[in-house]
Write a protein that binds this ligand. Structure first.
Ligand SMILES: Nc1ncnc2c1ncn2[C@@H]1O[C@H](COP(=O)(O)OP(=O)(O)OP(=O)(O)O)[C@@H](O)[C@H]1O
Length: 488
């Protein structure tokens, strides 16, 4: 049985199980084939027990099919597969000594220097976004020497203020477990999903809960840009050891939006060592990202594979009922009476993400406050008229599918089917890519709209079409035609 059998098996399972289940339980498994026995390695006992109970039978069936009807022996273990080809991971030792000039000059990329300059300054858009995010935050964790570790927890982001729904149930449960038992079974905890869906909220909720249970706990929260900026500054000030000491001394390290580490090689290396040190010390690491670890581009493989050692959970866009519940909760927090009819009306109109939902509610409340009006559906329509006009102008996935099918003379049903012939796959990829570019839908939503495909398939389609537009004039022309047809 060739070793790639496990990958083929994963491909089959990917189509059978919902993306969240697949990514949480099956994708992190590593395989090792020895003497006809397939050993599956799970990142922790929890995942191993769960897979054993829920998926092992199906895994064995699929492997049997793929192996010409012969059932291989499958065993499970906690750990990671031995990798002959991969260099032995350096332990938590400090990175090899280098002169300061060497460290700054050679290993810190231009990108890192520019992040450092931007975060240190205060005028860029990036900074205003972080400034917005830390609005209302308190509880600085520690200020040490020349390097100010600006680690704040937002007190309002707690489990109590987080509304649970189908879309975030697993992420919330895992976060709760981590808060109750930091450094335990789910280490690291990797939360991922689209913008404004509550990843940061959950991360702070964990931090706040850890501190509530143990007021002496040292919890450091920071956006990844801050880590980059601190590191560059530490190198410039010849204080890298202090930097290392600080980040390795915390009980829980919370790094938000890790995707910004892309191309920041020195930061990745530094984080890798910090990460290992914390994991070995039984300290908790929590990371958020806008995508699944393996899909982060320009990130070292060894770091991506570490992210999968604990538990990786997706936060999905909330469905209608959860959006309504979130609005009711936010209104209650603002001491505003919001009827369920009004909440329902807003939730039906604003579907993209929770941040936008909150923004819409804020606008409605402000208008009601200034005009002294009651919040009714007609009042909401008037208050949100510009925002709604923008949403209505947006192209729908349906529309894209119809236009693409008509253009290529195929059926919409073909686009949604499992057929993989060239005449269907290329138009399907074009349509997915257009849906990503022209609508506000998340990758999982687009995947769902194309016959329940995984979000990674959508991502692959988008990348492929970008690539083809460079190399294939036919596709470039088609794409331009679609943009014209759909947007004018
Ligand atoms: N389930 C929820 N219940 C209550 N509030 C929520 C929920 N989900 C998101 N929010 C609110 O939505 C806003 C945006 O959430 P948050 O900043 O956590 O998103 P994010 O996923 O980290 O986005 P980004 O990737 O852009 O950083 C916050 O004000 C947060 O409180």
């Amino acid at each position: 049985m060739p070793n790639s059998m496990w990958h083929q098996c994963l491909e089959v399972l990917r189509d059978e199980f919902p993306a969240q289940q697949f990514n949480t339980w099956l994708r992190p498994l590593q395989s090792d084939l020895r003497e006809g026995q397939l050993m599956l390695f799970a990142p922790n006992r929890f995942v191993m027990d769960w897979v054993n109970e829920k998926y092992l039978r199906r895994i064995e069936e699929v492997l049997k099919d793929l192996n010409g009807g012969q059932a291989p022996r499958v065993q499970m273990k906690v750990g990671s597969a031995p990798r002959e080809s991969e260099p032995v991971v350096r332990s938590v030792a400090e990175p090899k000594p280098a002169s300061l000039a060497d460290e700054i000059g050679q290993r810190v990329t231009e990108e890192e220097k520019s992040v450092a300059a931007t975060v240190a300054g205060s005028t860029s858009a990036g900074v205003s976004r972080s400034a917005q995010k830390i609005n209302g935050e308190r509880r600085p964790v520690q200020v040490e020497g020349d390097i100010k570790h600006q680690s704040f927890l937002n007190e309002t982001f707690t489990f109590e203020t987080f509304v649970e729904g189908k879309s975030n149930q697993l992420a919330r449960a895992a976060s709760m477990q981590v808060a109750e038992n930091p450094g335990g079974a789910y280490n690291p905890l990797f939360l991922y999903g689209g913008v404004g869906l509550g990843k940061t909220h959950l991360m702070h909720a964990i931090g706040n809960e850890i501190v509530r249970r143990n007021p002496k706990a040292k919890v450091a929260y920071l956006r990844s840009e801050r880590f980059v900026a601190d590191m560059v500054k530490a190198l410039q000030l010849n204080a890298i050891n202090e930097f290392k000491r600080y980040y390795r001394s915390v009980d829980a390290l919370l790094i938000d939006d890790i995707q910004f580490f892309a191309r920041k090689e020195r930061s990745q290396e530094e984080f890798f060592h910090t990460f290992n040190a914390l994991l070995e010390g039984g300290q908790q690491v929590i990371v958020t990202c806008d995508r699944f670890p393996k899909e982060i581009v320009d990130m070292e493989e060894r770091l991506k594979s570490r992210f999968g050692w604990g538990l990786t959970v997706m936060v999905e866009p909330p469905e209608l009922e959860t959006r309504v519940a979130i609005l009711m909760k936010k209104a209650e927090q603002a001491n505003v009476k919001l009827s369920s009819e009004a909440a329902f009306f807003i939730a039906q109109k604003i579907r993209s993400n929770v941040r936008e939902l909150e923004g819409a509610l804020r606008l409605v409340i402000a208008n009601a406050h200034f005009t002294g009006s009651e919040i009714t559906p007609p009042f909401i329509r008037e208050s949100l008229k510009d925002l709604l006009a923008l949403h209505e102008k947006q192209v729908s996935i349906d529309n894209i599918q119809r236009t693409v099918a008509e253009y290529y003379k195929i059926k919409v049903a073909d686009l949604l089917s499992k057929r993989r012939t060239r005449t269907v796959t290329r138009p399907r990829q074009v349509a997915m890519s257009l849906a990503k570019e022209l609508t506000n839908h998340s990758l999982p939503e687009i995947g769902d709209a194309f016959g329940g495909r995984d979000h990674t398939t959508v991502l692959h389609a988008c990348k492929k079409i970008v690539e083809l537009q460079e190399t294939d004039p036919g596709i470039r022309e088609d794409y331009q035609n679609f943009m014209r047809l759909l947007t004018t």
